[in-house]
Design a protein around this ligand. Structure first.
Ligand SMILES: [Zn+2]
Length: 73
């Protein structure tokens, strides 16, 4: 295997593992603000204060995944 192929394979694996199917959405716990309430309130646990959360967008299990994460954030 050439170095080019080796690197390409690593990129593909990285993509599959960390990027493919993952999407960002507004955190449902804090509605995207990153905080539970107003100024001075603690950071949102669900998104760690980012206001966004990553979720796996897998079409077949979309309904199941949505159910599983509802009320979890
Ligand atoms: Zn949040």
């Amino acid at each position: 295997m050439t170095e080019y192929q080796q690197r390409k394979q690593e990129r593909v694996e990285y993509y599959r593992k960390y990027i493919y199917g993952w999407k960002l959405r507004k955190c449902i716990a804090c509605n995207g603000s990153g905080y539970y309430d107003h100024n001075g309130s603690p950071k949102c646990d669900g998104c760690n204060g980012t206001g966004k959360e990553r979720y796996k967008d897998v079409k077949k299990t979309d309904a199941v995944a949505t159910q599983a994460t509802d009320g979890f954030c």
